[in-house]
Design a protein around this ligand. Structure first.
Ligand code: RB5
Length: 149
């Protein structure tokens, strides 16, 4: 585990229960779960929830972010607009591992209407257990960063 053990969690109204289950799961592993809500199923806006989480990661306040909406896609798109964020949507553990190893992803998006809780927890575990491999992948991540302007 890294020195900064804070993981921000955020979602829209479609993923409140799954987000809370993930927060409890990672907290049980020793991570500090920074859950920025929402806490009810009242309608929210995934761009705002994604941006808020992304800013905590981009600033260095949180090491990683786990964000959710119905598909994971909309909140991922919003998060990736924040400079310094690399977020991928994952519905399988292989992709979750690879976005850390090859893409140095610092945020993970999951679709609450796409995967069940058991798979979602495995996806989070795969993401957190993997490390960036560097080497030839570092140059490619730098190319992504260069696109940010
Ligand atoms: C909200 O209904 C839905 O569009 C949202 O949860 C997400 O799936 C968007 O990408």
């Amino acid at each position: 585990m890294t020195a900064n053990n804070r993981i921000v969690l955020s979602s829209d109204h479609n993923a409140v229960e799954l987000r809370q289950a993930i927060a409890a799961h990672i907290a049980a592993q020793g991570w500090a779960a920074v859950d920025i809500g929402p806490t009810t199923a009242q309608s929210t806006h995934y761009p705002r929830q994604g941006e808020a989480a992304a800013r905590l990661v981009a600033s260095g306040d949180c090491r990683f972010g786990v964000i959710l909406c119905g598909t994971g896609q909309g909140i991922m798109m919003a998060a990736n607009k924040v400079k310094g964020v690399r977020c991928g949507v994952c519905a399988d553990t292989y992709s979750a591992r690879m976005i850390r190893q090859h893409n140095d992803a610092n945020m993970l998006a999951i679709g609450a209407r796409v995967v069940g809780e058991g798979l979602a927890l495995d996806i989070v575990d795969a993401f957190l257990a993997a490390g960036f491999e560097g080497g030839r992948h570092a140059a490619r991540v730098e190319m992504i960063e260069a696109l940010e302007g």
